[in-house]
Design a protein around this ligand. Sequence first.
Ligand SMILES: [Zn+2]
Ligand SMILES: [Zn+2]
Length: 328
Amino acid sequence: MLVSPHRTNRPWQGEISTLPSEQRHSYEPDCYLCPGNKRANGEINPPYTSTFVFTNDYSALLEDVPSSKIIENKLLLIKVESGICRVVNFSPRHDLTLAELQESEIGHVIAAWQEEFRSLGSHPAINYVQIFENKGSLMGNSNPHPHGQVWAQESIPNEPLKELKQFKLYYAKKKHSLLLDYLKLELRLKERIVYENESFAVVVPFWAIWPFETMIVSKRRISSILELKEKDKKDFANALSILTIKYDNLFKISFPYSAGLHQAPTDGKNHPEWHFHMHFYPPLLRSASIKKFMVGYELLAEPQRDITPEYSANVLRDLPIVHYKNIQ
Ligand SMILES: [Zn+2]
Ligand SMILES: [Zn+2]
């Protein structure tokens, strides 16, 4: 990782992305996620009032494919992957996002995530469940209705697999969680901590690649969302609310990001090494319209960032915890 804070002063003549319109109605007749509307497969959404979960009409993973079939051709290996893709609507309101939901409403989203993780993860053929949200058109999200996805599959994908290996190595040596020890260090230094409550901390990781990348980490080592107690759940909703509000307040826009939970594999084994956390990867750098590109040196050599993680943490920490739309 290369950090070059002096580069933020360089003249910018690049892309000014047009800002997504903030004009949104609470109900949109053409939205396939709004209550009572028809989806692509002809099904009608129920008149839901809280969260609503359904199987994706255009799933990237399919359930009924020949399981574990491996095709080998000298250097190339193809494995048939089976899985299930689900959509989680966070709210019936078309015009809101996590940042504008009440903490109690975010609590319902967490409950829906728990239910999906429990039911999909208990399927014998499902060994990993990825819960995530792509927010904003900058992240390729075509529908602004607040929603996330759940992809459940047979094999453990690359990113969690890399973490699993490191968590295991550390646990084998020290008999405790790598992320817990890391969090203790951050909580002592306080340089990269954005926010904390009793059960969770929000930190700009030491290794952050994206300018305003953060992680929500549980202060107690748990393997998955299923181990959250009532108080933890409230604190998780609180951390999610505060972080997304601060993000929106940063450039006074609905802040785009990809975010997702990293939880232990659902392979039927115990995972005392795994530590529940959530990543936020936002693309914006210096304003609502200037985004960070992962190109050139980043693609070919290593990640590089123009602002230090300590600076980002400082900026986010100082932002108000009341959404800018609610500040008179
Ligand atoms: Zn909608
Ligand atoms: Zn992770």
